[in-house]
Design a protein around this ligand. Structure first.
Ligand code: FAD
Ligand code: KPC
Length: 519
């Protein structure tokens, strides 16, 4: 172990130290940042230093408590910077950039992209090299700015509700916070053992060859579509194989249709009602082909690259065995609104406790556990929250889709862009940041937006946006909508025109009507 409690490392030094520990055969000794001169007992051990554990520990420390963070990886921040959100955003940036390159290939200053394939391996190796930057910052910020104590690069073993063994020592605390996250689900069929089948984690850790011309993606949820769009944008034939129709979480059919049409336009193939039934390996044990059961029969697809986007499984086994915490049918740890498990004094947060599998829930859950441990009665109320995903676009939404709104309200009004044009021609709106070239030269690619309104109360019920740059706005819009934001109030806001979402101006154009009308 390396005792770092008395040293102050720069982010560069942290990056070097982390890199050696991530390399095969590199250093394996743990970083121990524990103040042995502090006589106080720990208020909580956070087992897992991802978003949930790190934010929980930081909040508890800020309240004057003494947390100890333990993570098996040599950095804090967890799967988000290593396997999940950060690589996903890298790949989605690549997909958006390549949509632009392919759409305007050979025009203006764009190079001729005809028939070109972009190296996936090069993008992934670039990410592998770059990810230690955020890792290093997480350690630096946690130690030098947030004043956190931690042990990194060593697995924690739960002894009881107050005790964890790490790196040959035991640590005791008044409380235990389980924050061990989740892992990708695997396929219930035999998989060739020498490579070719990946999930979001193994893709970035293990890919060591340039995938061939066909990518088979299994699943229809966020990860399947996000990674599928990346594979497609690099120039590969991309099949999305799913039992159900893709993107069920986008609960507005106009928005979903716009997204699917755009992806199909880029050549993506949606094989819905289908199932991958077997994977064929070659003589070296690498994937050679897959069999897909479709509504019209079984089809063999030659490929050397299969990506699984099947959802996640909680890392709850150890807590169940050591403590007997109650879990649901899928293995997620059950918690109450204080983030307490069924075992007194033991809390759980983040992906370990189930949907939504999002950063805000992990981070906020951590802070609610901390507040309760520190004696406050803090109830986490998971209210209507905004959501997003990427295709080649950024897609954001909140509240009700049009169909759901019509089921619940009598006078539903819809404001949307582009309008349904009588001759079916694409309209050069919405136009805004990052879609101006599309608006001028390929209008059907310039995005889609929709507001769903209750005409009787004039309240906003839902908002949907396909484009770029609206994600930040949705974070702030969501609580306003929850608090009853009306068309009139939204129309009264000051837009920074040409802004990514046209909601303000659309509302202003209609707010004068006593009886609201569609637009
Ligand atoms: P994690 O961050 O996974 O942390 C768990 C930690 O526990 C890990 O660091 C692990 O090493 C440690 N651990 C486990 N067992 C032990 C043990 N016994 N001893 C020591 N340490 C242990 N969410 C968003 O909001 N935005 C996004 O863009 C986004 N993109 C995503 C993309 C993908 C592909 C995926 C899969 C998820 C994405 N998410 C995104 C979800 C987000 O990554 C998770 O919700 C979040 O990382 C969960 O944080 P956590 O703290 O619960 O778990
Ligand atoms: C990009 C970045 O900030 C690293 S991922 C965040 C991990 S954490 O702050 O612990 O939620």
């Amino acid at each position: 172990m390396v005792d770092i409690s008395q040293v102050q490392w720069s982010t560069r030094r942290w990056a070097e130290e982390i890199e050696t520990r991530l390399m095969p055969g590199g250093a394996q000794d743990a970083f121990v940042n524990v103040r042995n001169d502090d006589p106080r007992e720990f208020d909580a051990i956070f087992l897992g230093g991802g978003a949930g554990g790190r934010f929980g520990a930081a909040y508890l420390r800020a309240m004057g408590g003494r947390p100890l963070l333990v993570d098996r990886w040599p950095f804090l921040g967890g799967s988000c910077p290593h396997h999940a959100c950060v690589p996903h955003h890298v790949f989605s940036d690549v997909a958006a950039q390549l949509l632009l390159e392919r759409t305007f290939s050979g025009q203006l200053w764009f190079q001729d992209f005809t028939g070109k394939t972009v190296s996936m391996l090069a993008v992934i190796e670039m990410f592998r090299r770059g990810r230690t930057g955020p890792h290093a910052f997480m350690n630096f910020q946690s130690k030098e700015q947030l004043d956190l104590e931690f042990i990194l690069g060593a697995r924690g073993r739960i002894i009881d509700a107050h005790t964890v063994a790490v790196d040959g020592r035991t640590y005791r605390a008044r409380h235990l916070v389980l924050a061990t996250g989740a892992r990708a689900k695997s396929l219930p069929i035999a998989v060739p053992d020498r490579g070719g089948v990946f999930d979001y984690a193994t893709l970035v850790d293990d890919l060591d060859y340039e995938p061939g011309p066909v990518a088979v993606v299994v699943g229809g949820g966020k990860t399947a579509i996000e990674y599928g769009c990346f594979f497609n944008a690099t120039g590969r034939r991309t099949l999305i194989v799913s039992r159900q129709s893709p993107l069920p979480m986008v609960r507005d059919s106009d928005t979903r249709r716009y997204l699917i049409e755009r992806m199909e336009e880029q050549g993506m193939e949606f094989w819905s009602g289908a199932e991958l039934t077997s994977i064929e390996g070659d003589e070296h044990g690498r994937v050679r082909a897959v069999m897909i059961d479709t509504p019209t029969g079984e089809i063999r697809i030659p490929t050397d690259f299969v990506f699984l986007g099947l959802g996640e499984h909680p890392n709850s086994e150890e807590a169940r065995e050591a403590l007997g915490v109650a879990v649901d049918a899928a293995g997620f740890v059950k918690v109450d609104r204080r983030m307490q498990t069924s075992v007194p004094g033991v809390y759980a947060v983040g992906d370990l406790v189930g949907a939504p599998m999002e950063m805000f829930k992990a981070r906020k859950g951590g802070t609610y556990a901390a507040r309760n441990i520190m004696g406050e009665k803090a109830l986490y109320d998971l209210k209507d929250y905004p959501d997003f995903l990427h295709t080649h676009y950024e897609v954001c939404w909140l509240g009700l889709g049009e169909e759901e709104a019509r089921d619940r309200y009598r006078h539903v009004v819809v404001l949307k862009l582009p309008p349904d044009n009588p001759d079916g021609q694409a309209v050069a709106l919405p136009a805004g940041d990052r879609v101006m070239l599309y608006a001028m030269m390929k209008p059907q690619l310039s995005g889609f937006q929709k507001l769903v309104i209750d005409g009787a109360s004039r309240r906003i019920l839902g908002a949907f946006h396909v484009g770029y740059g609206a994600k930040d706005g949705f974070q702030y819009l969501a609580p306003m909508v929850r608090n009853g934001l009306t068309v009139d109030e939204l129309g009264e806001m000051d837009e920074l025109f040409l802004n990514p979402s046209y909601f303000i101006q659309l509302c202003r154009l209609r707010a004068g009507h006593r009886v609201l009308r569609d637009l």
